[in-house]
Design a protein around this ligand. Sequence first.
Ligand code: G6P
Ligand code: ZN
Length: 544
Amino acid sequence: MTIQVVATHPFSDQKPGTSGLRKKVTVFQTPHYLENFIQATFDTLESCQGQILVVGGDGRYFNQPAIQIILKMAAANGFSRVKVGQNGILSTPATSCLIRKYRTIGGIILSASHNPAGPGGDFGVKFNTSNGGPAPEKVTKAIYERTQAIETYKILDAADIDLGRLGETKLGTMVVEVIDSVTDYAQLLETLFDFDRIQQFIASGSFRFIFDAMHAVTGPYGRRIFEERLGAPAGTVQAGFPLEDFGGGHPDPNLVYAHDLVAQLFTDHGPDFGAASDGDGDRNMILGRNFFVTPSDSLAILAANATLVPGYRQGLAGIARSMPTSQAPDRVAQQLGIPAFETPTGWKFFGNLLDSGQATLCGEESFGTGSNHVREKDGLWAVLFWLNILAVRQQSVAEIVTQHWQTYGRNFYSRHDYEGVASDRANELMTQLQAKLPTLTGKTLGAGRVAYADDFSYQDPVDQSVSANQGIRIGFEDGSRIVFRLSGTGTEGATLRVYLERYEPNPQNHGLDAQVALQDLIGLADSLAQIKLLTGRDKPTVIT
Ligand code: G6P
Ligand code: ZN
């Protein structure tokens, strides 16, 4: 086994986005493409010598070939050990858990989250640092800079490792340790939730739930935790075996893409509770019978009920949400007398708040919820948190949510996405909107006066770094908001996201459909941003 030093040239498009480097599989299959990015990542570490790395992915097409390459490169670059999930499977939160538990220098997650998989689909590489969280911007910037100057990479000339067999194998001087994908992560969750109580609740027979793994990474996790450990009947976990093309689906847990689950919950005799996770297991969607819980409300409700759950019994230090997420969690924070933080979109922005102990729970409107137990959002964690609350309160999801609104008021909320818009059109839309901002404050638009109109800029309270241009916000005096952003995770054209929010204190009006309650703001968003005209679309592609 010899170390080869391979000559290469930079690729100009290796700048990581919201969640690592995401490209078509075919791009990653271009000779040297993956290798360059991995070497650039290793080069930004202080030293690889004697270090431990975690590697795994969501099981999508190209996961295993990519892992074989990474293992040989890790061996050539001096790592002493790589912990890799069996068959290459590790969910994103499980990877974060392993990095923290075994104090490794970091981990590499192979995933393009919910983006379609298969030979014609997407692939992605994300590096997480030693705190278990996605690399912060200064690291991803350094990686990108390195990709632009790279001339060689190192790889061991060796045979592939059997990723199906648990245990240790030598690759040169490095140890490859194939580990069970679920065990460490399941142990961590067991320290946070009252598994016995949930088990009894399920055994009582008065409560039925289903979990849709959407043929992606959470299948093995869901089967082990819900069915084997908590005793839920076989079949509780649906689409529970990971497939390389995710069964041709789009494993994004929302009302549009999780249609199979939605159809089962939106009937009068369906299960009491339904949940789904995404490709790499970090997102979650929560449903009751005939009831959808918005991710923003879900975060607020978990926070308000946190002391019912063993891991959070002592209370929360603070709650953090991304800027476009509704302000419902802020109202809970206010009542609890704890700080509420507003960060840009992207889980990485929560890292410093969690590390410094300022925030305990975090969440995003994009179906991400999590806490300081790892440094990623965590789909199964959110489902278990809900199960724990349901087991203690013995009420339906709808009752819990409507009671929450009665206490705190309801933040009507919806996101309208326009996917696959030509990039120049989307940029023009944002530019012309930006130009209007200085004229908006103080104006009456529709029924409300504009309190502020700006492009969101965030200063991290820990390292003082500033992230500018994080989305256009138009806020009204009554707390309503319209937010415009271009997605940072797409791989084709641009996705315009329009986030709409209106606060309603009066319980008499809480039963309204969100699209109806937000009608005026929806019209206003279109006239302000010229959405129909500039995108050429008469309606959004996805409404959540
Ligand atoms: C990923 C990130 C999230 C982010 C979401 C949407 O899931 O981990 O932090 O909120 O993508 O990002 P986007 O830029 O597409 O709105
Ligand atoms: Zn994901």
